[in-house]
Design a protein. Structure first.
Length: 177
């Protein structure tokens, strides 16, 4: 299953028998996979087109990066990207004309991890907000570092999932977004 399919399978009992511990392990495995890619000696590699369809998940410990025909290597840009994973400064930009920075990539990875830890809720989904891409551009992130949510936070269990994340994880998301 792709990561997107795994996250869409989320229900009140975890996803397909997985518990919260499995989800956290899965995010750790994804980070480990990305860390290996980013540290290939003598290459400046960024995925650029990070999204939920680029990962195939067999178990929390067995995850593969697929669909890597659109990556940035050295001075060769990644020509594509999904708005929901692109930082404000790159919204509306023609990707084939720019080189992304490691900070751009960190934003994309943070969006991916947020989706995993928050049961597929986009970090920029808001009540009475615009599209997630427009909310990214406006900096409209509806969560607070102390575990509270703003008035425009989406309805549902998201506020509880957010509140139960460790303080340092919430602080990192708030700093990034």
């Amino acid at each position: 299953m792709t990561l997107k399919q795994r996250l869409l399978a989320v229900n009140d009992n975890g996803f397909n028998g997985w518990c919260r511990k499995d989800i956290v392990k899965m995010t750790s495995t994804i980070l480990g996979l990305l860390f290996k890619l980013y540290n290939i000696p003598n290459h400046k590699i960024l995925i650029g087109d990070i999204n939920l369809d680029n990962f195939v998940v067999f178990s929390p410990n067995e995850i593969y990066l697929v669909d890597v025909d659109s990556i940035q290597v050295d001075e060769f840009p990644c020509p594509v990207g999904q708005d929901n994973f692109v930082p404000a400064e790159l919204q509306g930009v023609q990707f084939s004309n720019i080189l992304r920075s490691p900070d751009n990539e960190k934003f994309s990875v943070a969006c991916l991890l947020f989706l995993c830890l928050m049961n597929n809720k986009n970090p920029f989904a808001c009540i009475d907000g615009e599209t997630p891409a427009m909310n990214i551009k406006a900096g409209n992130f509806p969560y607070c570092a102390n575990g509270d949510v703003k008035n425009n936070a989406p309805l549902g269990n998201w506020k509880y999932l957010w509140a139960f994340l460790p303080d340092y994880i919430r602080a990192a998301f708030v700093k990034t977004f």
